[in-house]
Design a protein around this ligand. Structure first.
Ligand code: OAD
Length: 240
């Protein structure tokens, strides 16, 4: 492990451009539950059953209850040392650094990361299903929140299964991965596409891929260096 950690640090030190992909695992140590694995179920539903446009059409109250539960932590949940290590990495690399996150919790921004691409949207934002209005809301929302302008139902401004990613944000993520020589992948099970496809893309472009994860994932066997452990432990060590 020590040797792999040294090797990872060396790759980052010598990198021209670094892209990072994060998933729910980096926020686990802030108390945000991950989607899969232990504690990954919500009231007996698989996340795929809750986070879809079909589920929202069928039972918007249930879907909003799921997201209101997660929104409840918006003002109280704090970033952890893993998030802060990435802020420090960005401080050193400046515009040679891009952070792509699948997380909708906003914790990278709260930690102070600046070059952040939220490819799955953000739970702090709502979007009107009628007029398309978007706004940041930190207040407690009812189970069926309505638009102040047109009275249509609001939805969380996040990407659900079966929906496309925000085109402009995704395009920037592809550019960042295309240009990087080191791709750091943290706390993602690497099963949700197209995000997980960025790992294959980076390898095809001959970038080195460093994975930090508590367990083995779908990507572990293809990455350049796999570091197994908590992101809150490993990231500060690599950056140090
Ligand atoms: P998952 O819940 O699928 O995976 C979390 C990963 O984090 C697992 O591989 C864990 O082993 C790892 N992990 C847990 N705790 C960790 C820790 N302390 N340090 C390091 N790793 C840890 O979450 P994602 O891969 O982010 O999509 O899921 C991808 C997408 O699926 C999400 O963005 C979401 C979900 O449906 C949308 O909302 C569109």
């Amino acid at each position: 492990m020590d040797e792999s950690l040294q090797k990872a640090a060396e790759l980052l030190r010598n990198a021209q451009r670094v892209a990072v992909l994060t998933g729910a695992g980096i926020s686990a140590e802030s108390g945000v539950p991950t989607f899969r694995g232990q504690g990954g179920l919500w009231e007996g539903h698989r996340v795929e059953e809750v986070a879809t446009p079909r589920a929202f059409l069928r039972d918007p109250t249930m879907v909003w209850r799921f997201y209101n539960q997660r929104r409840a932590g918006l003002t109280t949940i704090e970033p952890n040392v893993g998030h802060h290590a990435l802020v420090e990495l960005e401080r050193r690399l400046g515009d040679r650094f891009t952070l792509i996150t699948q997380n909708v919790d906003g914790l990278h921004l709260k930690a102070g990361s600046q070059r952040v691409l939220e490819i799955h949207g953000a739970i702090r934002r709502v979007r009107c299903t009628g007029c398309g209005m978007k706004e940041e809301r930190y207040d407690v929302l009812p189970d069926l929140p309505k638009c102040k302008t047109c009275d249509a139902l609001l939805r969380p401004d996040i990407v659900w299964f079966e929906e496309g990613l925000p085109q402009d944000v995704w395009a920037q993520a592809e550019v960042a991965v295309d240009a990087c020589d080191v791709f750091l992948v943290v706390g993602t099970s690497a099963v949700v596409y197209p995000a997980a496809g960025l790992i294959h893309y980076a390898l095809a472009k001959k970038a080195s891929v460093i994975e930090v994860n508590l367990d083995r994932t779908e990507a572990t066997h293809i990455v350049t260096i796999a570091l197994q452990g908590r992101s809150g432990e490993i990231l500060p060590q690599i950056v140090k």
